[in-house]
Design a binder for this molecule. Sequence first.
Ligand code: PMP
Length: 438
Amino acid sequence: MSEPAARPGPRSAALFERARRFTPGGVNSPARTFDGVGGGAPAFIDRASGARIHDVDGNAYVDYVGSFGPMILGHADPAVIEAVQKQAAKGLSFGAPTGLEVELAELICDMVDSIESVRMVNSGTEAAMTAIRLARGHTGRNKILKFAGNYHGHVDALLVNAGSGALTLGIPGSPGVPQSVVDDTLVATYNDLDSVAEAFAAHGDEIAAVMVEPVAGNMNCVPPVEGFLEGLRALCDDHGALLVFDEVMTGFRVHPACAQAHFGVTPDVTALGKIVGGGMPVGAVGASRRVMETLAPTGPVYQAGTLSGHPLGMAAGIATLSQIRGGAVHAAIEPRLDALVSGLEARARRHGVPLTVQRAGAMFGLFFTDASRVTRFDEVAACDGAAFRRFFHAMLDHGVYLAPSPFEAAFISRAHDEEAIEETLNAADAAFAAVARG
Ligand code: PMP
């Protein structure tokens, strides 16, 4: 295969120059920079359709970022686009309830067993923020236990040992978050129940909630070890704390009824985002009716939003979840991901590159390591970062778009057909060869 031109191209580079003059780092979310993979201009995107995104230089990429999770149907799914267009023609936002909000709420409650009542917000961050306020208000306790390498958005109290962009850029805490705000945040080790039991032994009657990503997707893709989620459930029950699943990433992706159905562990509160809005800015918090009615206006815990339940977001969410509900989307994805994973493993082996692939539902992660399984944050951090960077750039140059960080999960969609998988594996062959060359 001849060496392709390095991507992205001059138009992306020019836009990046302009962007940097008017926006910090040239991006509106740090996870989009290429700073974690050697810097330079990221691809600026013009449009996307199905499994592919197209940049402003005319390069097409098979996309495994999927807007960092929402695009499980593929980009520009016709039913979603039509629903949004139809709704847009009727007006953008009213500040008064609509039938669309009822419809999406009913869909969520129907699909997710633990959710009887739901409040719409505008992002995953807001969902996580609301979830912990709700847990604190409901229990009358202040402490929240989270896990190093889990990310719950840029919520002050949760921006401690965070994953995703904070991890990529080496700033897992943040200036601007007062110490007093994180005094009530306890940090345990993901997949290590003993570390959680220790925290409960020390602070059992002060812990309002354990907040966890049921599959850790902001330190690459790390599924829970056997018994971990069950153990969290039991510890929360023993100590009167609420178990909060942050399913912003895993919700409707790991399983049509969320990760909680896949693993058979029922949380008290669920934070949703990404897929629930079908690519529009939507988040949601759901729980039993009893817990949810702690929120205003039925209860004293205040939470509000001018644009919450936004008609375009609701329309996109309904058009997305109604396709996921019957299970056909996940059923279509599974064999494609099987082919992708076994193909990647075979090609890595052929080039002598140590690689482990982990997956859960329609998300997966590549680990450049000799270890056959990666379960802890320190094991993720110990993977070969230089190999990832070489792989990332070679894949990009060969037309495959991965997240520019070894700490992000990868996302596959229903639109990743056999052709897209084959294209990916051909690119991977060249990319593993580049990694092997060093
Ligand atoms: N929780 C999890 C598990 C996430 O992955 C993310 C975003 N990647 C968030 C919360 C924050 O969501 P948002 O970026 O929509 O605010």
